[in-house]
Design a protein around this ligand. Structure first.
Ligand code: SF4
Length: 436
């Protein structure tokens, strides 16, 4: 079989799943580059001869997508279009033995913490001095900053601790050094990510250190927006909000997955919080940071969920009026404590319930967007598509939240901020024009 040997190896990294996986791919590419190995992300041209698939193993749909992507790449290898296919990430961490048996065409499978082993395949050395240096897969004006790995929580539906291990915080020094490096390269916005953001520091500093980290990051000149993702509601450290209120470059934005609102579901999910405590928490958050944008994520169809539970969740959304909501259908994951409970809700019914909940949120989202008409917001321009510019306010994170659509305001620069007056509102987007 003719193989596609190039004079010089070129690696294409394909990333599936979440932003934390994206950062791992960026770190891998930074290491390959530092070892003079040519590397690209999601290469549209097929001028590479080696592929690394960084997989996701979170829920069924994600696992399916990961396996299909691997099969696509080994098919290319079979047809001589590729020399090597390597697989890493959460699916590989979780199912390595099965995958090795089922897809022997893959040259090697790696776990989530095996970067040096991957590099060995390229006769490359792991360069610890490169901490924080990575090839960004995002547009140059924003980047994710992963402040810790793993999780010590025990949510009954979640397989992440099985794939990412226990919570491990990175040091404030490393994170500040990394953020300074990102700003030097033109980054204006960083999204702080982790499996569980609010746990930061409890392992290495023996106390919650997110407020301290936020202040150090906010001190970095040129870092215009700092955004918080994946906060855990139970024992939420309200001091974070004091820093958010005091520092202009920390977005008044908080992503805090709540998963459900019916107490029997919260208990079965082992979320360590009740609906009443969540309502007290959101009230305290809004009191501390008036006008804050609250994003949450929910699960529909957890085993034992009744239609009354779904109604309770919908009425919770109507009372709470979150700005942004995402929802997943429950996925029955072996190795999780919920796997022992009968998965008694058919997948179509899970989907129907998820849709039903989102229809409630859609109305709220439209009303909240309509309240923005006539107001002016600082908007970061992300891209231009079919003649229109798309950007975000401080209340919108990338890919998951609303976009600001701007047309007829002349030429704008990607990665720059503009003041935009909102003229129209839709369910999940707003439209506006640049004002001076
Ligand atoms: S906080 Fe819960 S849902 Fe989030 S990663 Fe940890 S165990 Fe999973």
């Amino acid at each position: 079989m003719k193989t596609k040997t190039l004079r010089k190896d070129k690696v294409n990294i394909i990333t599936l799943g979440c932003s934390k996986n994206m950062v791992d791919s960026e770190v891998l590419s930074g290491q390959l580059l530092a070892n003079q190995i040519d590397v690209v992300h999601e290469n549209r041209r097929s001028d590479h001869n080696i592929v690394v698939v960084n997989t996701c193993g979170f829920i069924d749909k994600a696992k399916e997508e990961s396996i299909n992507t691997i099969l696509d790449q080994v098919e290319l290898k079979r047809r001589g279009k590729l020399d090597k296919v390597y697989v890493t990430g959460c699916l590989s961490e979780r199912y390595k033995n099965n995958l090795e048996a089922e897809i022997p065409e893959v040259d090697a499978f790696f776990g989530t913490m095996e970067l040096p082993l991957i590099l060995k395949k390229f006769e490359a050395d792991y360069k610890s001095e490169l901490i924080g240096e990575r090839l960004l897969a995002t547009p140059q004006h924003y980047a994710y900053l992963k402040i810790s790995e793993g999780c010590n929580r025990t949510c009954s539906f979640c397989a992440i601790p099985l794939m990412r291990g226990n919570h491990t915080s990175r040091t404030i020094e490393d994170l500040v050094k990394e953020a300074e490096g990102l700003v030097r390269r033109g980054v204006k916005e960083v999204m702080l990510i982790a499996q569980e953001l609010t746990y930061y520091g409890l392992d290495i500093y023996k106390k919650r250190m997110l407020p301290d980290l936020l202040n150090r990051l906010a001190d970095i000149p040129g870092l215009e927006w700092i955004r918080l993702h994946y906060a855990y509601p139970s024992k939420f450290p309200l001091e974070i909000l004091d820093v958010m209120r005091q520092r202009d470059n920390i977005c008044n934005y908080l992503d805090m997955p709540l998963q459900h609102a019916a107490n029997n579901m919260l208990k079965a999910m082992k979320r360590q919080i009740t609906r009443e405590e969540m309502e007290d928490l959101t009230a305290a958050i809004r009191e501390k940071v008036p006008g804050i944008c609250l994003r949450t994520t929910l699960i529909a169809g957890f085993p034992g969920e009744t239609l009354d539970d779904v109604e309770e969740l919908k009425s919770f959304l109507v009372r709470q009026r979150f700005d942004r909501v995402g929802i997943f259908s429950y996925s029955h994951e072996e190795g999780t404590s919920a796997f022992g409970i009968e998965d008694n809700i058919p997948s179509e019914e899970k989907e129907r319930r998820a849709q039903d909940v989102m229809e409630t949120q859609q109305e709220i989202s439209l009303e909240k967007n309509q309240e923005k008409i006539g107001k002016t917001f600082k908007v970061l321009i992300d891209k231009k598509e079919s003649g229109r510019y798309l950007g975000r306010t401080e209340f919108d994170s990338v890919e998951v939240d609303n976009e600001v659509v701007i047309s007829g305001s002349g030429k704008l620069s990607i990665g720059e901020f503009y003041n935009v007056k909102i003229t129209k509102a839709y369910d999940y987007d707003i439209e506006g024009e640049v004002v001076s």
